[in-house]
Ligand binder design. Structure first.
Ligand code: NAD
Ligand code: FES
Length: 305
């Protein structure tokens, strides 16, 4: 069982969790993620790790309410537990001194990009961070972004906070003003990553995107996360999640990510009709598992010899 130690609401529909997971906290490297399951009947979802504290034995994740499982997860509070957290998974980010790097993040993608940003800064890069959110109430982690980057830019699509515009507007503005950017990391919704890739490809700037494909086992066995990169099938869980942007076939990614859209919408509608029922199931399932784990270790329990 993986106990939730604390939570913090970061923005509308986006919540941060600190979770007890000592083994993962020790093995983690920036760019890696976990796959978690809330209860025995639940689906598995991948979530990028935002921070670890090996001394405390904790990991931090940030969750945006998108489908049923993320809505349900965001109802959990300190003291609740998750059934499974598997990881760290995926290849770590490439960290080296590229020169000037631009990290481009869409809303919750900001949280996912923070560990790699910190590592790139430590490696000696000049770090430009461009965060975009649709509205002011979706802007996340502004203070952290300002603390870890040399040039932070925060934009909202509607201009309700700071600069108005999409992240790509700022990127183009910088490039058109003659700024030299040596490397770009883009983490966010697919249309954003595609738009960034289109800009940087024409200008010959190496760009990496973090792909959020559907995942099940996270071990390269189920094929759920298959993506087409450079005309080769790759598995985002073991070959990624970061890939060279100019090699990614975004059409296939969009198509595969929307394969279960109708079922996902139905599942979310059913859940939203009675979220308390499902929340009770999660808590009941975790309580049962806790009792089983306790019985397994006490003298006279089922595994006692
Ligand atoms: P959003 O639609 O609010 O976009 C966030 C920002 O990205 C916008 O403010 C804008 O600056 C930029 N953007 C979006 N579309 C763009 C376009 N066509 N051209 C240029 N810039 C664009 O995104 P959201 O609601 O935060 O996330 C939408 C989906 O993306 C969710 O399903 C979420 O789970 C997923 N997501 C995936 C990742 C990832 O792992 N790559 C990260 C964040 C979000
Ligand atoms: Fe199953 Fe990647 S999640 S192969």
């Amino acid at each position: 069982m993986f106990k939730i130690l604390s939570t913090r609401q970061l923005a509308t529909g986006i919540k941060q969790f600190v979770i007890e997971a000592p083994r993962i906290s020790h093995k983690y490297q920036p760019g890696q993620f976990v796959i978690l399951r809330l209860y025995d009947r639940g689906e598995r979802i991948p979530l990028t790790i935002k921070a670890v504290d090996p001394q405390a034995g904790t990991i931090t994740i940030c969750v945006q309410s998108v489908g049923k499982t993320t809505h349900l997860l965001n109802l959990l509070e300190p003291g609740d537990s998750l059934l499974d957290v598997v990881g760290p998974l995926g290849k770590p980010s490439e960290i080296k001194n590229f020169g000037t790097v631009a990290i481009i993040a869409g809303s919750v993608g900001t949280a996912m990009a923070i560990p790699t940003t910190k590592a790139l800064k430590q490696a000696g890069n000049h770090v430009i961070f461009i965060e975009g959110a649709r509205r002011q109430d979706l802007v996340v982690l502004e203070d952290e972004i300002r603390a870890i980057s040399d040039e932070p830019y925060i934009l909202t699509d509607d201009g309700s906070y700071l600069e108005k515009g999409l992240v790509t507007h700022k990127l183009l503005q910088l490039l058109d003003s003659g700024r030299k950017i040596d490397f770009v990391l883009a983490v966010g919704p697919i249309p954003m990553m595609r738009a960034v890739a289109d800009i940087t490809k024409t200008r010959g700037i190496r760009t990496v995107v973090s792909l959020n494909s559907i995942m099940v086992d996270g071990t390269g066995m189920c094929g759920g996360c298959r993506v087409l990169v450079g005309n080769h099938s790759q598995f985002a869980c073991v070959d990624g999640p970061e890939f060279e942007a100019d090699q990614v076939n975004f059409d296939v990614l969009v198509q595969r990510n929307s394969m279960y859209r109708d079922a996902e919408h139905k599942s979310l509608d059913d859940f939203l009709a009675n979220p308390e029922r499902e929340l009770a199931l999660v808590r009941e399932s975790c309580k049962l598992r806790e009792l089983e784990e306790h019985a397994a270790v006490v003298p006279g329990g089922p595994h006692a010899k």
